[in-house]
Every structure is written in C-alpha cells, then in structure tokens.
Design a protein around this ligand. Structure first.
Ligand code: HSE
Length: 314
C-alpha cells in the first residue's frame, strides 16, 4: 500500500504576452512540492506544514494546495484523507503561477493513491479549484502547463480542450522584483472592453506567434509575441517596467512582457548565453529603478509538467 507521495509542479509563465488567460508555458526546476500522507483514520485533509513562505493559510478550505484535494475526496468518495506538507519554491503573488503549482502538485500526488488513476484532463478539473479560489476567476493558463508541461493553449474549459503547441528550444528569463501584486487586484485594473482595432491586432499576433511555434520560426515569434491589450494596463504596477523591458529587447530578447498578472517579467532568448546576458541587464535596470531585492531564473521550457518525486509503500 502506498502511504506517502511527494510530487513537484513547475512554475509557469501565463499569457505569454499574446494569449491573455489562454496561453502558458512551464519552467524547469523552479516550482512547488507537495507531500501527501494517507490518513486511514479520517477523510479529513490536514495541512501539517508549509515551508518556504510565511502567511499562507493552514485551513485546507482556504489553501490553494488543498481545495482541489477536498473536492477530489468528496467526488470520488475516497475512504481516506490526507496529511499534507507543502514546500513553496515559488514566491507569493509573483505572477509565476504559485497557486496553480501547489494545486497541481497536490492533485498529481493524490492521483497515485487512486485505484483507477485519472487522466491529466480529469486532474485539471480538480487542480483548477485551487486556482479559482486564488484569482477569483477560472482560467487554466497556469494550471494546464504546470500539469501537462510545454506550451499549452486553452481552447475551452467547458468542455476541457487543451492544445499542446510545439515549443521551439528557447530559454526563458524570469525576473521577480520582490513586491507583491495580487492576481485579483491585477485583474481588477483591466478594462472589460477592447476596441475592434486592438482585437484585430492581438488576434493576428496570437495567430502568428502560434504559427511561429509550429514552424520553429524564431523571427516570426519575435515579430508576433507582443501584447497590445493587457501590458499597457498593468505596466504601472511594476516599477520601471518599460525600462526593464527595453533592457531585455536591446539585448536580443525575442520577447519580454509581464509574467502572469505580474510583477515578474519574462523574456524569451534564443540560447542560454543570451538569456544570461538578458537576465543581468534586466536586473540592473530594476536596480536602477530602486528595486534591489530580486529573484531570477534562466530555464528552458519544461516539456513534462508535474511529476512524482517519491512514493513510499508499506
Ligand atoms: N492570466 C492571468 C492574468 C494570470 O494575467 O490575470 C494567470 O492565470
């Protein structure tokens, strides 16, 4: 019998400039870990510990890692509960898909205990529960790539239709200025309507970006990965946004925009060497804008999504 499972789920960059709420990709190495221990005595979910971040709720009804787990136990009428240990590798309110990753890691681990494991699309439904609570809206642009890996396009959630887009072997630079921007707030600043012109401009760029990915055409990706709608409405939430973006683009980035709902910025680079240079220039630019506390990563696009780190049997 499996008694304990630890799963890892990667951080994500979602929107990817062109596809607000419908496009995201996962990163390597940075992410959250969740360990579930089977509790045969009760169907309850108890959070035993949260490492790596302070101030997250221990109430399983309020923590994004466990909200989906509670629904899974209820829906599948599981005769057991879980003791949960969470290790956060993703900073809070950073625009790196932290709520989604915790939720995905927990659901990935829970699947190992099931007599009939669910497929990834079925798991997505439970993982989305946590994300819904965190951001106040259902959008799978973080959850889907964290679970599936790669670059994912969410065509529909009812019914669920996730399209996996081939990913050119690009490197992602992610720079996180140590300020918090809550997703709910970052969504509240967006106007509910857009003009026909912007709609046309963004549609052509999304279509061209996806074409560039299928054709492995880096120049087309560069010409297309531009956000005409959301970025300008959120830029004021990030000190020095336009300067940091310029620093990335002046150093041969293919694209640079807000990661998720901010405040992190991502840039795409052709290779690891250019990525390292872009990262250094983005950090310098943030520092020139008074942001001295930063985290940063360079990562290829993760192709596999969440995975099991350890299974303990008795
Ligand atoms: N796409 C969301 C937003 C964040 O930009 O508000 C990630 O789900």
């Amino acid at each position: 019998m499996i008694t304990s499972v630890t799963a890892f789920a990667p951080a994500t960059v979602a929107n990817v400039a062109v596809g607000f709420d419908i496009l995201g990709f996962a990163l390597e190495s940075v992410g959250d870990k969740v360990t579930l221990e089977k509790n045969l005595k009760s169907k309850e979910v108890n959070i035993l510990s949260i490492k790596g971040l302070e101030g997250l709720p221990l109430d399983p009804q309020k923590n994004t890692a466990t909200i989906g787990l509670l629904k899974m136990i209820a829906d599948l009428e599981l005769p057991y509960g879980f003791n949960v240990k969470i290790e956060k590798g993703i900073p809070i309110s950073s625009g790196m898909g932290g709520s989604a990753a915790s939720s995905v890691a927990a659901i990935t681990a829970a699947n190992e205990f099931l007599e009939k494991p669910l497929n990834r699309t079925e798991l997505l439904i439970y993982a989305l529960e946590g994300e819904k609570a965190a951001s106040g809206a259902i959008h799978a642009d973080n959850v889907a790539p964290s679970l599936f890996g790669g670059l994912t396009l969410i065509r529909s959630l009812e019914p669920i239709d996730i399209i996996e887009i081939p990913t050119p072997s690009l490197f992602c630079v992610l720079v996180h200025p140590d300020i918090k921007v809550e997703t709910k707030y970052s969504r509240s600043v967006l106007k509910p309507e857009i003009s026909m012109n912007k709609f046309i401009q963004q549609s052509t760029h999304l279509a061209s970006f996806i074409s560039g990915c299928f054709k492995n055409d880096l120049d087309l990706i560069k010409r297309s990965c531009i956000d005409f709608i959301i970025e300008e409405q959120r830029a004021h939430l990030i000190p020095g946004f336009y300067e940091v973006k310029k620093a990335a683009m002046d150093n041969s980035a293919l694209a640079c925009s807000i990661s998720g709902s901010g405040p992190s910025l991502f840039a795409l680079a052709k290779n690891e060497k250019e990525a390292a240079q872009i990262k250094d220039e983005m950090i310098k630019s943030f520092q020139n804008n008074g942001i001295l506390k930063l985290d940063s990563w360079v990562s290829p696009i993760n192709k596999n999504g969440s995975y099991i780190i350890e299974r303990i049997k008795k």
